[in-house]
Ligand binder design. Structure first.
Ligand SMILES: Cc1cc2nc3c(=O)[nH]c(=O)nc-3n(C[C@H](O)[C@H](O)[C@H](O)COP(=O)(O)OP(=O)(O)OC[C@H]3O[C@@H](n4cnc5c(N)ncnc54)[C@H](O)[C@@H]3O)c2cc1C
Length: 393
């Protein structure tokens, strides 16, 4: 049997693409190597942008609503910048991803879990996928198999040469300690080269983690996490176990193409992670939607659908923001202390950033605002920076 579309991987990117295609009447097979619900190392913070695009009601799996963040520098100088309106929703990825998978199933997707894709071959009239249980054919293949995507690597030639490394643990917590953390994200700068650490509250637990650019961290991530845990008051006395390591394939513009012939990649497989924040769920969902729309149009029009236009549409819609996020990331992570001092002296800057996370402002707009503020007050900032710089923090 020849399917219209095969989706490899049922994270947010794959489940969304599968759901959208089945809802349009296409014959879709989707599989994942894991059995669901499955754990995925992740902070699990959905930006408000997700709510704007996801056609699925997910509010019943939201475990906490964040109205902003408490920023720290090396776990000191706590700076709460909270807003009247939410900036994000914290979910447990096992529940959220399972919800999206179930929605895809209800829409008519044929779902196979516990089945791993082993290889892909493009033939003249179809794509064949070999899995741990069999071989299947389809007109089009979506690689939604995450950070270590075999489809991105082996078929599209996307090299995972640059990525961030991350450690994350879900720690049970309750009572007053958890209540004190709710409603806000905790974000610590200066604890790891080119990255940050976080504590995100959930229903009966917290996600504690750290991430930084691999080339800068140079194998010291465990040490950085240990130092963060030992300094961070919110984690004092907790038994930090089940720490998971993972990679984050953040976006960088290396001219790589995320589609070829009948095959395309979405989400982490396409390296669509915000290089400043590490946000990937929104981009996985949005690229899954773009992929579904293009595939639907191409399959209806054409016997030999060509997916190359998917790359152009993603580049036009998502790359401008990701490029601006990369510029912001270079500025902030090269000068984390200056960034932190700026936040202290101009907390309204973060309000402007929250609008980016809400989808009410573009990254480029925020970056221009930031540069204008730096140019308007270079001496004030520099003096403050030098003053704070000589203090031990
Ligand atoms: C520590 C950490 C913290 C993060 N925190 C956040 C956050 O707070 N907010 C945010 O927006 N983003 C965050 N991210 C990024 C986010 O987790 C990813 O961007 C997002 O999960 C990407 O979704 P996806 O569908 O592309 O891939 P995934 O969610 O990784 O899903 C890929 C799926 O493919 C399956 N798969 C893999 N290989 C195969 C195979 N060969 N055959 C079959 N199935 C396969 C996997 O089992 C998995 O289910 C974080 C990432 C990390 C590592």
């Amino acid at each position: 049997m020849l399917y219209d579309v095969i989706v490899v991987g049922l994270g947010p990117g794959g489940a969304t693409a599968a759901y959208e295609l089945a809802s349009r009447g296409f014959n879709v097979l989707a599989f994942d190597k894991e059995n669901f619900p499955r754990y995925k190392p992740c902070g699990g913070c959905l930006s408000l942008k997700v709510e704007k695009i996801l056609p699925v009601d997910f509010k019943h799996v939201v475990e906490d609503t964040a109205y902003g963040a408490v920023f720290t520098f090396k776990s000191k100088r706590p700076l709460p910048i909270l807003s009247q309106r939410p900036v994000g929703y914290n979910v447990s990825r096992s529940r959220f991803d399972n919800l999206l998978k179930e929605k895809a199933k209800e829409a008519g997707v044929c779902i196979r879990t516990g089945e791993r894709a082993l290889g892909v071959e493009e033939e003249k009239d179809c794509v064949r996928v070999k899995t741990s249980a069999g071989t299947y054919g389809a007109k089009v293949l979506i690689g939604a198999d995450g950070a270590n995507s075999i489809i991105a690597r082996e078929v599209l030639g996307l090299k995972p040469s640059r990525c961030a490394v991350a450690l994350e643990a879900e720690l049970p917590l309750n009572g007053e300690r958890l209540a004190a953390l709710k409603g806000r994200l905790l974000i610590d700068f200066g604890c790891i080269p080119h990255g940050y650490a976080w504590v995100f509250p959930k229903d009966k637990s917290i996600s504690a983690g750290i991430a930084g650019v691999s080339q800068k961290v140079k194998g010291r991530i465990k040490e950085c996490f240990r130092d963060f845990v030992s300094r961070e008051e919110a984690l004092a006395g907790l038994d930090i176990k089940n720490v998971h390591g993972w990679t984050i394939p953040y976006y960088y513009n290396a001219g790589q193409r995320i589609a070829k012939g009948r095959i395309l990649a979405v989400g982490d497989a396409a390296r669509l992670v915000d290089p400043f924040l590490g946000e990937g769920i929104y981009y996985a969902i949005r690229s899954g939607q773009i992929a579904a729309a293009i595939i639907a149009e191409r399959i209806r029009r054409d016997d030999a659908p060509d997916m190359t236009s998917y790359h152009e549409v993603v580049a036009a819609e998502l790359y401008p923001d990701l490029n601006a996020a990369a510029k912001l990331g270079r500025l902030v992570y090269n000068f984390p202390r200056l960034w932190y001092n700026m936040l202290e002296s101009e907390p309204s800057l973060m309000e402007s950033y929250y609008d980016v996370v809400r989808g009410d402002n573009r990254y480029e707009g925020f970056y221009s605002d930031l540069m204008a503020r730096i140019k308007a007050r270079p001496w004030r900032l520099l003096t403050r920076w030098l003053k704070k710089g000589v203090q031990r923090v």
